[in-house]
Write a protein that binds this ligand. Structure first.
Ligand code: PCA
Length: 199
């Protein structure tokens, strides 16, 4: 059994992306699962193409995508991805889509089919704040979550997929004292616990 973890490169002027740093620190095995890791560009469509290719080639049993949600205080297990790109800052290739559907022939929204409530409970039990989030935003994270779920629906793939947003790390908020952060150690632990729920 294989879980594909994806994480984005830094964006929006940040030097690091806590999701990417956490992915790098994950072990190669969690429970019975082999952990596959894929870094994605923070770029509309290029990110989806890259994860689609990887899914076709490696046929994972589950795909958990990770992203930074700067300003959120806890681990957010996303419930839903919506069919809209509406960027407030350009992606890493200068694209700034406004009110654009991601795929014209897609549903308005797709739900994560991960055990999201069990994941929240398990992470909280490990002593780390977590919650269900009912919006993954309208930027590249929602875009990738939507793109993966669209593929699963269109191709009838038996894969579990969803998205986890993580807070800033402390080093990112040194000059943003009003913003919450979480230690990288806790972010990594939370993702391991979430994977264990699947395993
Ligand atoms: N967070 C952004 C895109 C990449 C990332 O890590 C988002 O929430 O859309």
């Amino acid at each position: 059994m294989k879980i594909l973890i994806t994480a984005f490169e830094p964006f929006g002027g940040e030097k690091v992306n806590p999701a990417l740093e956490a992915m790098k620190l994950l072990p190669d095995k969690i429970g019975n699962f082999q952990i596959l890791k894929l870094e994605l560009p923070t770029i509309f469509y290029k990110s989806i193409e890259k994860v689609w290719q990887y899914i076709d080639e490696y046929k994972p049993d589950a795909v958990i995508s990770l992203g930074q949600a700067g300003g959120r205080a806890c681990i957010s297990i996303e419930r839903v991805a919506i069919n809209v790109d509406d960027a407030s800052i350009a992606d890493n290739d200068g694209n700034l889509p406004i009110d654009q559907p991601i795929f014209e022939d897609g549903e308005n929204a797709y739900f994560s089919n991960l055990p999201i409530k069990n994941m929240v409970e398990a992470i909280k039990k490990a002593g780390i704040p977590a919650r269900i989030s009912n919006t993954a935003g309208t930027y590249v994270c929602n875009h990738v979550m939507y793109g993966v779920l669209y593929k699963l629906h269109k191709e009838n793939l038996n894969i579990k997929a969803g998205f986890i947003h993580v807070p800033f790390m402390p080093e990112q908020v040194v000059d943003k004292p009003e913003k919450p952060s979480m230690s990288l150690e806790n972010i990594v632990k939370a993702i391991e616990v979430a994977c264990n729920v699947l395993a």
